[in-house]
Design a protein around this ligand. Structure first.
Ligand SMILES: NC(=O)c1ccc[n+]([C@@H]2O[C@H](COP(=O)([O-])OP(=O)(O)OC[C@H]3O[C@@H](n4cnc5c(N)ncnc54)[C@H](OP(=O)(O)O)[C@@H]3O)[C@@H](O)[C@H]2O)c1
Length: 171
């Protein structure tokens, strides 16, 4: 699978590394252009890109940045992307901690709806309820007992489907 990863900090960097290990074709980007991500890309076997390069031709794009950053991405970032591109967003809104307040969300708009409106595309909200180290350290092979699971929320074919977490810890 061709996967673009935008944001290569704790979440994006961890998932990019894991997906490279699994044999996917991964392109990674941050806000500072391909040269800034080349050392990391070389270290994990990914390709360095800018944000457009991470989107173009990808089957899946992972957004792994602070929540408000979606509003600052180029407006045309997804205009040439395939119609069935899956955009996965890891972000969580942390008002008064490290994110400025966003009035629409404070007034009740779901975070994923706000992000979708910034991008002009629907998103899958996933990986936002698990810490990055669990993704790199706590995975178990298929068939093992007590494997981790994550909730995924998305609007698919116009219908809202809810994926219930297995227990109150969301795993
Ligand atoms: N860390 C976790 O365990 C965890 C768990 C669940 C959910 N989350 C959520 O996942 C999101 C990412 O968290 P994180 O801990 O991975 O953050 P992080 O370590 O701070 O990494 C953020 C990444 O986003 C990049 N970035 C910032 N602005 C950008 C832009 N305009 N265009 C492209 N890239 C940009 C940064 O690179 P540059 O600034 O150099 O461009 C950096 O690579 C957050 O919303 C967080 O709440 C995190």
């Amino acid at each position: 699978m061709k996967i673009g990863v935008i944001g290569i900090g704790e979440m994006g960097g961890t998932l990019a590394r894991r997906w490279c290990e699994k044999g996917h074709t991964v392109r990674v980007a941050n806000s500072r252009g391909p040269s800034a991500v080349t050392p990391f890309a070389d270290a994990i076997g990914a390709e360095a890109a800018d944000v457009y390069g991470a989107v173009g031709g990808s089957d899946v794009v992972l957004l792994a940045m602070a929540f408000p950053v979606a509003a600052t991405l180029p407006r045309d970032l997804f205009s040439q992307a395939r119609d069935d591109l899956v955009i996965v967003d890891t972000s969580n809104y942390y008002p008064d901690m490290h994110d400025a307040r966003i009035s629409e969300i404070d007034d009740g708009m779901p975070e994923s709806v706000w992000t979708s409106r910034q991008l002009g595309r629907p998103i899958f909200k996933a990986f936002n309820s698990i810490m990055f180290y669990a993704l790199s350290e706590l995975g178990k092979p298929e068939g093992s007992s007590n494997r981790l699971a994550i909730p995924v929320a998305a609007i698919i074919l116009g219908k809202i489907r809810r994926y219930e977490p297995r227990n109150r810890h969301g795993i």
